[in-house]
Structures are given as structure tokens and as C-alpha cells.
Design a protein around this ligand. Structure first.
Ligand SMILES: Cc1cc2nc3c(=O)[nH]c(=O)nc-3n(C[C@H](O)[C@H](O)[C@H](O)COP(=O)(O)OP(=O)(O)OC[C@H]3O[C@@H](n4cnc5c(N)ncnc54)[C@H](O)[C@@H]3O)c2cc1C
Length: 385
């Protein structure tokens, strides 16, 4: 059998999982390689983003949420470091560092490109990065009172639970420090309710969790501009402004430029894959994770979450290996998964279910869920590094 090459674009949650699954399923071992797996990644380190909210409140240090990638090579996996310059999905080639690599299959898992609008980073901290979550904690440590704002600056954004989790962890931090009564916490979002894709029950439950913690919720606030110390929003009642003493925000998300230029994105601006097979419009080219968009209802999409990126990685790896062995692809992606939301008091809730069949709910908060969240983090690092 001629040795094949699989090009995996991105060494984040979806890309790393794909590479690991491919290597194991192919039976690659040491220098006995069935197929080469080239992972293209611009960073030397890979971040486990679900731990960023813990970094924001000092429950993790920077080094605990990221790992060097070069240690993960072996068993047919090779890392090509540097920004991808070109992707040619017709000819199955990828260019990085001026060199063009040809593959038999491509898996795109480049995530969402983050864009800071209106110089928001001069006003607050982007907690969707290691740096931003870390600097937020530095400011939180010296915070003595005032208005803390957790703002969603644009739609769509990955991990739609994260802003609520962040607010609840901040609440818990300020309570433990004994200064909660000196602070007001607001969650400001463009949506009309929390996590609309999850249905009424979940939205109402999240509202209750915030209410119990005296966290203000400002829905329908579309971020417009920064004006000196003010944040300006468009709302149904006209423009409104807020002043934040401590601001943390989610950035604007878009698909990486190199993928837009490759003609891989659709009208939505994201890669519109077949929701069962994760195939793109090009033969042997798959896309998984945050870079994709999968429509659920009239105006709802599957949330961008690591749990789905990992399930999709398994499906795609399985099917590629079947193809390499001359068998038909037989695994379909089922959008089943849970997101564990840390509530900050040693307890966590589980939000999720079967998204394709509209069976999504939120489980009673408990200590077990909190342990599960810690276990997820630990098992990510053990399995992948
Ligand atoms: C604060 C926060 C909390 C979260 N919590 C959870 C949670 O509890 N549960 C959950 O399921 N999900 C959670 N998520 C979401 C989860 O992290 C993402 O959905 C997941 O990382 C998506 O995986 P991905 O492979 O699509 O993208 P990523 O993990 O972002 O990986 C993309 C990779 O591509 C690389 N890349 C991009 N462009 C290029 C280029 N041009 N050249 C080379 N490399 C490139 C990037 O450097 C990156 O390493 C959270 C996210 C955040 C920010």
C-alpha cells in the first residue's frame, strides 16, 4: 500500500485530537508508519481554552493551561510550525514557510480568528486568550470595588457558556475576598436571552443562577463604540452607554483569512460542512470545530465548543482511515455533548444533550460536575501530550 499523507490544519483542540485519533486508528507506531500526519500550527504552544475562566480568577496559572507542541510529535505525527500561507482544496495542498505540502486528505481545524474592534483591549481584557485572562486576574487582584462588566462584543462567539461562567466565578472570587457588596457585576450581550440555541428551560435556568448571585443581565445590547471611559451600545430603545471599572470581553470571531481566501467559506462566512460527515464541497477535504457552521433551527447554529470539535475529530479520523483501507466511510457525527459550567461555589452544572434532535437541558448543579470538569482538563493533557 502506497504511504498516504494527511494534512491536519491547526494544532488546537480539534486538530490535535484528529492527529492523535488518526495515528492510533492507523496503527502508526514508532517508525512503522501507515500514513504520515502533518499538523500545521502557527503557535509553539497549544491552549486548553476551557481552563481560561479559571485563569481569570487565579485558579490556574498560565503554564497550567497550555503545553509545548513539539513534545507531541511521533507515531507518524509531524508538526509544521508557522502560519499557513495558502490552502488549495482542489489540489489538496497547503503552503507554510514558503514550502508546499501535498496530501491525500485535508482536515481543517483552524478555529476562529479573533478580531479586537474599537480598540477594546485598551479598555479591558480579552479573556478568550491566555494573555487577556491573565491580565484580567492581575486587575481583579487589586480591584477594591466598582462595576465589573463581562461583555460579548459580537456574534457568533465560541463557548457561549463562558461569559456566564466567567461572571459567576468573578462573583465567587469577590465573595471569598469579602468585597462582593462593593461591586456590581453585569453581563452584557447582544442576544435576547442566554444561549438561545439551548431552548427556554436552559435560558431561564441561567437567568435564575445569575439572579441568585445578584449579577445584572443586560440582553439586546449590541456593542457599538468606546467613548473615553464609556462603552456605547445599540439597543431596541436606542443607544445606551455603560461605564466599567473592570471590563472583560469576548472578541469578534471570524474564519481565518487563509480559509476565506481558499474559497472554503460560504455565505455565513464560515465553512459550511455536511452536518453528518463534516465534508466540505471539495473531495477529501473535511472541516471540524469552530471554523464550521452547522445550522440547527431557523436561526440557530450548533454552538462552537471543544466537546463537538473532539467528537468531530473522531468521526473524521475514523472515516479517513476506512477510506485508506479501501472501506466505505461509516461513521456519522451526532451532535451529542455536554458543557460543564463552573458556578464557583464548588459546584457545576451540565448543559447539553442531543442538539440535532433538540433534546438539550441543564442538569442540577452539583459537586460531581465540578470534579468532572477538572477531570476533563486533566484527561485532555494526559491524552494529547
Ligand atoms: C474561555 C473559553 C472557555 C471555553 N470553555 C469550553 C468548555 O468548557 N467546553 C467546551 O466544549 N468548549 C469550550 N470552549 C471552546 C473550545 O475551546 C473551542 O470550541 C475549541 O478550542 C475548538 O477547537 P478548534 O480545533 O476548532 O479550534 P482551536 O482549539 O482554537 O484551534 C485552532 C488552532 O489553529 C491555529 N491556527 C489558526 N490559524 C492558523 C494559521 N493561519 N496557520 C496555522 N495555524 C493556525 C491556532 O493557533 C489554534 O491552535 C471554550 C473557549 C473559551 C475561549
Amino acid at each position: 500500500m502506497e504511504q498516504q499523507t494527511i494534512l491536519v490544519l491547526g494544532g488546537g483542540i480539534g486538530g490535535l485530537r484528529t492527529a492523535r485519533e488518526l495515528s492510533a486508528k492507523l496503527g502508526n507506531e514508532g517508525d512503522a508508519i501507515v500514513a504520515k500526519i502533518l499538523v500545521f500550527e502557527k503557535e509553539q504552544k497549544s491552549t486548553f481554552s476551557p481552563s481560561l475562566t479559571w485563569l481569570m480568577v487565579g485558579k490556574r496559572k498560565e503554564w497550567q493551561v497550555e503545553r509545548e507542541l513539539n513534545t507531541t510529535s511521533g507515531d507518524g505525527i509531524e508538526f509544521i510550525f508557522g502560519s499557513i500561507e495558502n490552502v488549495d482544496p482542489k489540489n489538496l495542498t497547503v503552503t507554510s514557510g514558503g514550502k508546499t505540502y501535498k496530501g491525500n486528505h485535508i482536515v481543517i481545524s483552524l478555529g476562529a480568528q479573533q478580531v479586537i474592534e474599537q480598540q477594546l483591549d485598551a479598555h479591558g481584557h480579552n479573556f478568550y486568550t491566555v494573555d487577556g485572562a491573565g491580565t484580567f486576574y492581575e486587575s481583579l487582584k487589586s480591584f477594591r470595588g466598582g462595576h465589573v462588566v463581562v461583555m460579548v462584543s459580537s456574534l457568533p462567539y465560541k463557548s457561549p457558556v463562558a461569559p456566564y461562567e466567567a461572571a459567576m466565578l468573578i462573583d465567587n472570587y469577590l465573595r471569598e475576598k469579602g468585597i462582593r457588596e462593593k461591586a456590581q457585576i453585569s453581563v452584557v450581550v447582544p442576544e435576547n436571552e442566554p444561549m438561545p440555541f439551548a431552548g427556554k428551560e436552559v435560558s431561564e435556568n441561567i437567568l435564575k443562577l445569575m439572579e441568585a448571585r445578584e449579577i445584572n443581565y443586560l440582553p439586546g445590547y449590541q456593542f457599538k463604540a468606546t467613548r473615553e471611559k464609556e462603552l456605547v451600545f445599540t439597543t431596541a430603545e436606542g443607544d445606551k452607554s455603560l461605564t466599567a471599572d473592570l471590563l472583560t470581553f469576548t472578541p469578534k470571531h471570524e474564519s481565518p483569512t487563509v480559509i476565506q481566501q481558499a474559497g472554503l467559506t460560504g455565505k455565513s462566512g464560515w465553512v459550511e460542512v455536511n452536518r453528518d460527515t463534516l465534508k466540505t464541497d471539495f473531495d477529501h477535504v473535511y472541516a471540524i470545530g469552530d471554523i464550521t457552521t452547522i445550522t440547527l433551527g431557523e436561526s440557530t447554529q450548533l454552538p462552537k465548543a471543544g466537546v463537538f470539535a473532539q467528537h468531530q475529530a473522531q468521526v473524521v479520523a475514523h472515516n479517513i482511515v476506512r477510506e485508506i483501507y479501501g472501506k466505505s466511510a461509516d461513521k456519522l457525527f451526532k451532535a451529542e455533548g455536554n458543557y460543564i459550567m463552573d458556578l464557583g461555589d464548588g459546584k457545576a452544572s451540565k448543559v447539553g444533550g442531543d442538539f440535532y434532535n433538540n433534546e438539550v437541558d441543564i442538569k442540577e448543579a452539583g459537586v460531581m460536575n465540578q470534579w468532572m470538569k477538572q477531570l476533563q482538563e486533566r484527561s485532555w493533557f494526559i491524552k494529547n501530550f
